[in-house]
Design a protein around this ligand. Structure first.
Ligand code: FAD
Length: 284
């Protein structure tokens, strides 16, 4: 196996065009998979020295770009994220444990697309886009079109993730990530990423994504749109929670049964929205 360490994004993309080449980011998953003989790349392209992949940048309009090599610990502590964008730092802080958070990167997590991972629902709720670069140049893909199926993304062969781009969240909105796991630090049984804005009793922004209950995060934009501009009482919250539950496609695994996930996810949605509402009314 060949190991290459490019120092620019163009050199990394060029190196990735070889057959059976793979990016190496934090290595938290890839190295374990190589050790278990589950994958055997012919060329490993280390992203460690690639300039421009390690930074988070906040633009004057509030858009935040997080480089693919940003570690989970850095994203958990990111001061450039504001208002509802904090859904991402909340999710980052709930990934695994300190060693994994020091090692894993947002690009590696998104590319691997574990259906129980914490970033995918957070990025979907934040209306984020993934910036991809390949031999044909750059393109951006909305997060909810990037995570396609079990461990499957919109990445084409020879492409890499350059960054996640978060649009500004409405001023005063809150972002939160609620994770149900067997023990602290485990992958989620079910999770809820949420961005909520209220103007008085009126719901002015609502984005809720459920994770770990199917191949990709589930969001019901149709129901969110119906609830915008009205009150967000128990019946409205229940309506969204039930609609989300209808869209889930969970499986039985070592963490929980599909049936348990179907039952617990709508409760988690109701809990997350209730807590966010409380935080907003406390802030008023
Ligand atoms: C013990 C343990 C517990 C964990 N618990 C959790 C958890 O609770 N929640 C959670 O969300 N995650 C969890 N993870 C996953 C972890 O957080 C990392 O996100 C994950 O390991 C991948 O990130 P990485 O940077 O290490 O990528 P790597 O392991 O280096 O790469 C993973 C895959 O992504 C590809 N890749 C890497 N970077 C890019 C890029 N920029 N563009 C394109 N492809 C790329 C690689 O080629 C490889 O196929 C856990 C991992 C471990 C080992």
């Amino acid at each position: 196996m060949e190991f290459v360490r490019p120092d620019s994004i163009d050199a990394a993309v060029a190196a990735l065009q070889a057959e059976n080449a793979a990016c190496l980011a934090g290595g938290a998953t890839l190295v374990a998979m190589m050790n278990a003989d589950l994958v055997a790349p012919d060329r490993l392209v280390s992203l460690r020295d690639v300039a421009g992949l390690h930074d988070a940048v906040r633009k004057s309009d509030g858009t935040v770009t997080i480089g693919a090599m940003r570690r989970h610990r850095e994203t958990a502590e990111e001061t450039d994220l504001r208002d509802g964008q904090l859904v991402l730092s909340d999710a980052a802080g709930k990934i695994a444990n300190p060693p994994v958070r020091n090692m894993g990167t947002i690009g590696g997590s998104c590319a691997f697309a574990d259906p129980a991972a914490d970033y995918p629902p957070a990025l979907v709720a934040a209306d984020a886009r993934l910036l991809l670069i390949g031999a044909n140049g750059r393109r951006t893909v909305p997060a909810d079109e990037f995570f396609l199926d079990w461990y499957e993304t919109a990445l084409e062969p020879g492409e890499l993730i350059e960054a996640a781009i978060l649009p500004p969240a409405p001023s005063g909105s809150v972002g939160s990530y609620t994770k149900l796991a067997r023990v602290a630090g485990d992958f989620a049984i079910a999770s809820v990423a949420l961005v909520l804005g209220m103007e008085g009793d009126t719901c002015s922004h609502l984005a809720v994504a459920v994770g770990a209950c199917g191949p990709a995060p589930v969001r019901r934009r149709d129901v969110e749109a119906e609830l915008l501009g009205g009150g967000l009482g128990d019946s409205e919250i229940r309506r969204l929670a039930d609609a989300l539950a209808d869209g889930l496609d969970p499986v039985d695994d070592v963490r929980a049964s599909a049936d348990y996930r179907r039952r617990v996810a709508p409760r988690l949605v109701r809990q997350a929205i209730g807590e966010a509402k409380q935080r907003l009314s406390g802030a008023a």
